[in-house]
Design a protein around this ligand. Structure first.
Ligand SMILES: *Cc1c(COP(=O)(O)O)cnc(C)c1O
Length: 408
């Protein structure tokens, strides 16, 4: 009797996902070494935090900047600067991190979700138009996965309706819209240095603006409303402590010196994959507007399930068998479907803005069909600056092979 084993097929991607040898190294160490010799690690006039503001401005030439404790903190500070009245509305994407909406809710504002473009995964300006109301104060443009929103259209809408534009750039360090870095086209730009973002110190954030009316208040909205310049303590309004600290600033400053390298490597890898998948039946590659720069925080594609013989789970299993580190889906559901929204459970089972009549918003009635569809058929692929052209070409070949054999 033959004991021959079935031949073991070699996967097309025959190597593990490339990873960086180290995200942190000499540049960070040298700043941290200088830092431990300081007498204070407080951010105010701290040399590391001042260096961070300077380094950030080299990339983002904003007049007023405030380094802070997280991306969520940056966004909360931005919203606080608007001085919303209870029930005022901020239009935001349904596919995003909770950090986009936390600050709106803490300021007694109302997040209003606008549906997305099916191919860029960013808010569709036409959908934004539809949800603008007399209570709308701002549009929060979330640049998802590293792809810039259509800032030309969003800023035009904001101008027409006298709205403020806040940019959530947490996932889009180095991304550009028509040659301009995201974060510079709206009124206030917000960034994250959390562990998973392009550049990181573990946790940190940055908020910046060119507008003097917002800029002068940024530090107060992130530092208990204390006036550090005057050195006095008689806060006029309520504000949390979202301060950066010197150790975080030391690491972030060093990280930002690597930003352009990181972003250009990611853009090269992502653009190469997108070009290889364009017009591939069964696959809907992400669309970047001509003239924009995608900084690929991760790679989000959609399956054209109507053209395929298998469902998403089986497609992803087939990709994995070919060595592609794919995962089915991104966040499990649009943000408005999270329990906290469905139960309007924002403050101990209550929502003062609604309970006191400042809004009639009911999140159980919100439905953004494009966002729902994206989350049903999307596939996430890891993408990072360690990936060579050769690796990307193998990933593209594996996806082509899997798709081609599962077409209707
Ligand atoms: C990461 C992220 C945030 C929040 O940043 P943190 O630093 O984790 O608070 C906000 N918005 C988006 C789109 C994000 O991806």
């Amino acid at each position: 009797m033959s004991t021959a084993q079935p031949p073991v097929l070699k996967p097309i991607v025959d190597e593990p996902v490339p990873v960086l040898d180290a995200r942190w190294g000499e540049a960070e160490l040298s700043r941290l070494t200088a830092m431990v010799k300081q007498r204070s690690l407080f951010y105010w006039k701290g040399p590391q935090t001042e260096a961070l503001a300077t380094e950030f401005r080299r990339h983002y030439g904003l007049k007023h900047v405030f380094p802070c404790s997280s991306g969520s903190a940056a966004l909360h500070i931005a919203v606080a600067a608007l001085r919303l009245k209870p029930g005022d509305e901020v239009i935001v994407s349904p596919i995003t991190d909770m950090g986009s909406v936390i600050g709106i809710l803490y300021q007694q504002g109302v997040p209003v979700f606008a549906d997305l473009d099916p191919r860029t995964y960013n808010m569709d300006p036409a959908a934004i138009s539809k949800v603008i109301s007399p209570k709308t104060r701002a549009i929060m443009a979330v640049h998802l996965a590293g792809n810039a929103c259509d800032m030309t259209a969003i800023c035009a809408l904001a101008k027409t309706h006298n709205l403020v534009v806040i940019e959530d750039c947490a996932q889009s360090w180095g991304a550009q819209h028509q040659g301009t870095n995201v974060g510079l086209m709206g009124d206030i730009g917000c960034f994250s240095f959390n562990d998973f973002k392009h550049v990181s110190c573990g946790d940190g954030g940055m908020v910046g603006t060119n507008r003097d009316d917002f800029g002068q208040g940024l530090s107060k909205w992130g530092d208990k409303c204390y006036d550090r310049t005057a050195g006095t303590r008689d806060p006029e309004e309520l504000a949390p402590n979202y301060r950066m600290s010197e150790p975080q600033s030391a690491v972030c400053t060093a990280q930002l010196t690597k930003l352009e390298h990181i972003v250009s490597r990611r853009n090269r890898a992502g653009s190469r994959l997108t070009a290889a998948l364009a017009d591939l039946p069964g696959i809907l590659a992400p669309v970047t507007r001509p003239g924009d720069r995608h900084s690929y925080w991760f790679y989000l594609l959609r399956l054209d399930l109507a053209a395929l013989t298998v469902n998403r789970a089986d497609f992803v299993e087939a990709l994995k068998a070919q060595g592609v580190a794919a995962s089915p889906g991104y966040i499990p559901m649009p943000v408005y479907r999270y329990k906290v929204f469905q139960n309007h459970n924002f403050f101990g089972g209550t929502w003062p803005a609604r309970d006191l009549g400042a809004t009639t918003m009911n999140y159980t009635k919100v439905h953004c069909p494009v966002a729902e569809a994206i989350l049903q058929d999307c596939v996430v692929l890891p993408l990072n600056e360690a990936m060579s052209d050769g690796y990307i070409d193998k990933v593209a070949r594996a996806i082509r092979t899997v798709a081609a054999s599962r077409l209707l």
